[in-house]
Design a binder for this molecule. Structure first.
Ligand SMILES: Cc1cc2nc3c(=O)[nH]c(=O)nc-3n(C[C@H](O)[C@H](O)[C@H](O)COP(=O)(O)OP(=O)(O)OC[C@H]3O[C@@H](n4cnc5c(N)ncnc54)[C@H](O)[C@@H]3O)c2cc1C
Length: 403
């Protein structure tokens, strides 16, 4: 099939509409917060402010939602264009845990009551979700999870612990995998529960990352009562629901647009810094690495466009999304390494240590150096979360290469 790289006049008109909207509504504070962000997700206050602007002004908070549930009903191409323009404009990301991960699960497996209760509250920001999959000892081998849910009248009683739970300290709800049976193979006894974080017996302990950020947590469940009506899908058949959600966690796409913006930042840094008044961008070894990175980003972009063509024809992204995830993460890590090398001494992590004491600790060095070390350290985690690099390689070997 020939690859048509031109967007249609309708798509270009849509791009203009998005650009115009961003000029009107993406204010300087939001851009500044996004520029300073080192963590994987924007902080709750920033992400929610942007989500509510998108929701109230245009109904654009959940680009992938069908119109029937209050989304814009966009085509994959429109979603790609929207992502690209948001990245170019420096917009913060909207938190995907509810809107992009749980929502498709509720569209497919939720009861009408669950859909009508949870979906509008997700969209208007009343509910803020976190993901309770991983446990100490159960990450890649997720089906070995041990948190139990035992029936007690109309409820389940939940006991156990979840770890690396992103934004659990902000969330008022958690979607959780629990063990409702130990019969048969491990995957067979798992159920998918929706739990309110203020239920008695839940506690959240922070985990501070190397970058000095508080983004992940450990969550403990001590005799937590959860109504059985909060189960999504049949009892002990939650593994199918859990895997369906992972398709959306891994298949985000659209990384090239963000990487291209970061590449421009790297080039600007390289022009600005260098030894004895020389610009680093004139240094052949360093600029050679930038060129190599740029080629990689272009290759990823074309790969994304190829996937987009397939999706526009009604196909799903397929297991190649594991390949796209690994490639995007590898490029992101190279990019952050080059930025860190470019700023030299300013890349020492003293700023992160200061932020452990005071989150608003003043910047050391020029403003554009501030986020470099934190981004470098946090990008190391990208080859672990959402399925580690090695696990993605196993998927590629099995399902793409047929090994
Ligand atoms: C920043 C961050 C945020 C996260 N947020 C969340 C969240 O919100 N909710 C949530 O539920 N989880 C979250 N996670 C957890 C994440 O999903 C797990 O860390 C990940 O699945 C890996 O599991 P693990 O940490 O137990 O490592 P392990 O599974 O113990 O892996 C250790 C090492 O062994 C390798 N390995 C494991 N199995 C294989 C295999 N079969 N073949 C080859 N190599 C293998 C891995 O690649 C890795 O290098 C987050 C993690 C991070 C780092």
């Amino acid at each position: 099939m020939a690859l048509n790289l031109r967007f249609s006049p309708e798509d270009e008109a849509f791009r203009e509409e998005v650009k115009h909207f961003l000029e009107q509504h993406l204010d300087a504070d939001l851009r500044e917060a996004a520029r300073r962000q080192t963590t994987v997700f924007a902080d709750k206050d920033v992400a929610m402010r942007w989500q509510l602007i998108l929701h109230r002004e245009k109904g654009w908070a959940a680009p992938s939602w069908p119109e029937a549930y209050g989304g814009p009903g966009w085509s994959p191409i429109q979603r790609y264009i929207f992502n690209e323009e948001c990245a170019k404009a420096g917009a913060p990301g909207v938190i995907p845990l509810g809107l992009r991960m749980l929502a498709p699960v509720l569209f497919k497996y939720g009861t009408p009551e669950q859909q009508s209760y949870y979906l509008p509250r997700m969209l208007n920001g009343d509910h803020y979700w976190c993901q309770g999959y991983s446990e100490p000892g159960s990450g890649s081998d997720l089906s070995s999870l041990k948190t139990t849910a035992v029936k007690d009248g109309e409820d389940y009683v939940v006991n156990g612990s979840k770890i690396w739970t992103t934004h659990a300290h902000f969330a008022d709800h958690i979607f959780c995998l629990v063990r409702t049976s130990t019969e048969g193979k491990p995957q067979a006894g798992i159920s998918f529960l929706l739990i309110e974080m203020n239920t008695p017996g839940i506690s959240v302990e922070p985990i501070i990352t190397l970058a000095g950020d508080h983004e992940v947590n450990q969550v403990f469940f001590d005799n937590v009562s959860v109504p059985q009506r909060n189960r999504v899908g049949p009892e002990s058949e939650g593994w199918t629901v859990a895997k369906y959600l992972l398709e959306f966690e891994r298949g985000g796409g659209g990384a090239a647009a963000r990487l291209k913006v970061a590449l421009d930042e790297l080039k600007a840094l390289a022009r600005k810094v260098g030894a004895q008044g020389e610009s680093l961008s004139g240094e052949p070894a360093f600029s050679g690495r930038i060129v190599e990175l740029e080629i990689g980003i272009h290759a990823l972009e074309f790969d994304e466009l190829r996937t987009l063509c397939r999706m526009a024809d009604g196909d799903s992204p397929g297991p190649e999304s594991s390949l796209a995830k690994n490639t995007a993460v590898e490029l992101e890590q190279v990019l952050n390494t080059l930025k860190l090398e470019a700023i030299g001494w300013y890349g020492l992590p003293h700023h992160n240590l200061m932020r452990l004491q005071d989150n608003n600790a003043p910047t050391v060095g020029p403003a554009e150096f501030e986020a470099v070390n934190g981004c470098y350290l946090n990008s190391r985690a990208a080859s672990i979360f959402g399925g580690s690099r090695e696990v993605q390689k196993n998927i590629i070997a099995k399902t793409v290469l047929g090994l």
